[in-house]
Design a binder for this molecule. Structure first.
Ligand SMILES: [Zn+2]
Length: 194
């Protein structure tokens, strides 16, 4: 069976919360109180990563699978969102080859947490930690990110799928996998971020 490699790009941004919330990045608690605002746990890295995976396989973005209007998605751990994206890859007979991510924030220091993020994300993605790139950079004090108003993340992934999955896959969003939030009705997102 011949396989093809697909690539995907994901981007996400969240503002810092005025309330005290934990800061979750890549499934790791990076700070106890200086967290991001969001319907879920606001893990900006997981959201970018999930969108990159979904984009590679031609599925709708995470706002479709985890709509902000769905109360059952409230405060969910965003690792569940990444798991859902990987599940959809597997439904096409595919697997993740690698991921590469960049976090953009002036603070806090991210690098000490990167090895743990790789350890958490790698088994979910089904790859070795070496195949999970996570980098952090500042925005050089430019713009909203530079003013420490929020954090952003980019992610790219490569996915290997059987070539015939190209012709056999259901229409985007018509996967038999349903939604992990338990929503019976799936509505198109209004552009909101999980
Ligand atoms: Zn998000």
């Amino acid at each position: 069976m011949s396989h093809i490699t697909l690539v995907g790009l994901g981007y996400d941004i969240h503002r810092f919360s005025t309330a005290k919330r934990p800061l979750w990045l890549g499934g790791v608690k990076v700070h106890e109180t200086k967290g991001l605002e969001g319907h879920s746990d606001a893990d900006v890295l997981c959201h970018a990563l999930a969108d990159a995976i979904l984009g590679a396989i031609g599925e709708p973005d995470i706002g479709y699978w985890f709509p902000p209007s769905d109360a059952s998605c409230k405060d969910i751990c965003s690792l569940r969102i990444v798991e859902k994206a990987v599940e959809l890859v597997k439904a096409q007979g595919g697997r993740i080859i690698n991921a590469d991510c960049a976090i953009i924030a002036e603070a806090p220091k991210i690098m000490p947490f990167v090895p743990e993020m790789k350890q958490v994300l790698a088994p979910i993605l089904g790859v070795s930690p070496r195949r999970v790139g996570i980098k952090a950079t500042t925005n050089e004090k430019l713009g909203a990110l530079g003013r420490r108003e929020g954090m952003a993340a980019f992610a790219t992934v490569a996915v290997c799928v059987p070539e015939e999955a190209e012709t056999q896959q259901p229409a985007p969003g018509q996967s038999p996998q349903g939604t992990p939030c338990g929503a019976t009705q799936v509505t198109q997102p209004e552009g909101g971020a999980a």
